[in-house]
Write a protein that binds this ligand. Structure first.
Ligand SMILES: *Cc1c(COP(=O)(O)O)cnc(C)c1O
Length: 370
């Protein structure tokens, strides 16, 4: 018998009812000869061939549990970045780690801060933990350190910053991150989400590893889903102070990283030439897309990541929704960002040369049509 009587069915805690389920970027276009998926910031260059080979090798040992601490992967990451492998925990995507950090540090009644157009997963995790999500206004679609510091209360437990941020593509210079850290009470955990760190080519940017090493309340999360091209395998890692690592190891699933992820991730992080190639591709096409889409009359936010946020007019026929439908009918799938508080925006991943040229051509047609 189906019933909606809330007295007679099990009830989740109140935070769960406040969560809006995360809607991933679409995979399918409505038309076009060929589909180009530019909706989830996946790399057009794919993973390292060495990672594919390592992945395939696991097929012979599927009956075995993974090694629970992902030691091979932690050591490969530590070698690449010059870190202590005991200060790294790997996860089933960085989503897993963001979730674990939140449930470990945020209890019902606590507050956790993120920014107005910040990554949606933070809000979901805070509500899941029973905490109160505090969304702080941004300035020019960029995190505002003063506004964040002003929002801190005695109940604040965590501050989440994606740097660069998704979906805006904007970033905080390291001086600003340090100013934010200096202004936070020492008992507040600062989570720096560096999902796009490898793409940034700015002298005033740092993912912030040194800040983690020098303090007791900063952690950095990183992912293999973006530049490493391994989104399907779900691999993330966190670099954190020893006391945070201890808490993460208490709350994580005992086998939260699978065997294929461990070996493929280790091979991917060691293939620095492939990463360089992907970053070079981005460095070539990010400014090209920005300039050429601006030339059609559209506003493009300045991005340092592997995607751009395009803003559309509010005129009927020329809106973000109209553009999304037009692009989709022609094989280009992009991401609407209404859920991020930007209903007039579309986020587009930097794609292959073919995808980038087609998108610019289509946006030119879209803006020119009566
Ligand atoms: C894509 C992305 C991630 C990566 O998530 P995974 O779970 O590692 O795939 C994390 N943070 C931000 C801001 C992202 O855009």
């Amino acid at each position: 018998m189906m019933t909606t009587d809330t007295q007679t069915i099990p009830q989740p805690h109140p935070g769960v009812e406040r969560i809006e389920a995360y809607v991933p970027g679409k995979s399918q276009a409505t038309g076009g000869k060929k589909t180009f998926k530019l909706s989830s910031n996946e790399t057009p260059l794919g993973p390292s061939p060495a990672a594919k080979k390592a992945f395939a090798s696991v097929a012979e040992r599927l009956e075995d549990y993974p090694e629970g601490s992902a030691e091979v992967l932690r050591k490969a990451i530590a070698t690449r970045y010059g870190l202590d492998p005991t200060r790294i925990v790997c996860g089933n995507g960085s989503d897993d780690l963001l979730h674990l950090l939140t449930i470990a540090y945020v209890a019902p009644g606590d507050e956790a801060i993120f920014t107005e157009h910040g990554f949606l997963v933070y809000r979901i995790d805070i509500l899941m933990a029973g905490g109160e999500p505090i969304a702080v206004p941004e300035k020019n679609f960029t995190a505002d350190v003063d506004a964040i510091l002003a929002a801190v209360t005695p109940r604040t437990k965590v501050v989440f910053i994606a740097n660069p941020n998704n979906p805006t593509g904007t970033y905080l210079p390291f001086e600003e991150v340090k100013r934010l850290h200096a202004g936070l009470p020492p008992q507040v955990l600062l989570v720096l989400d560096g999902a796009y760190a490898e793409y940034v080519r700015r002298n005033d940017y740092s993912a912030g590893m040194e800040l983690v090493s020098e303090s007791d309340n900063v952690v950095i999360t990183r992912t293999f889903s973006k530049i490493h091209g391994l989104a399907a395998l779900r691999i993330g890692w966190v670099y954190a102070p020893a006391h945070v690592i201890d808490k993460m190891n208490r709350v994580r699933g005992p086998f939260n990283v699978n065997s294929a992820a461990i070996v493929a991730g280790a091979a991917a992080v060691a293939d620095t030439a492939h990463v360089e190639k992907s970053a070079d591709h981005n460095d070539k096409w990010l400014p090209w897309l920005t300039e050429n889409i601006r030339a059609t009359g559209l506003e493009v936010l300045p991005s340092v990541a592997n995607f751009i946020l395009i803003r559309f007019p509010h005129t009927p026929g020329k809106t973000a929704k109209d553009a999304e439908a037009f692009l989709s009918a022609n094989g280009i799938v992009v991401r609407g960002v209404g859920a991020y508080g930007i209903p007039d925006g579309l986020r587009m991943t930097v794609g292959t040369e073919e995808a980038n040229r087609l998108t610019v051509e289509l946006l030119g047609q879209f803006m020119a049509q009566a």
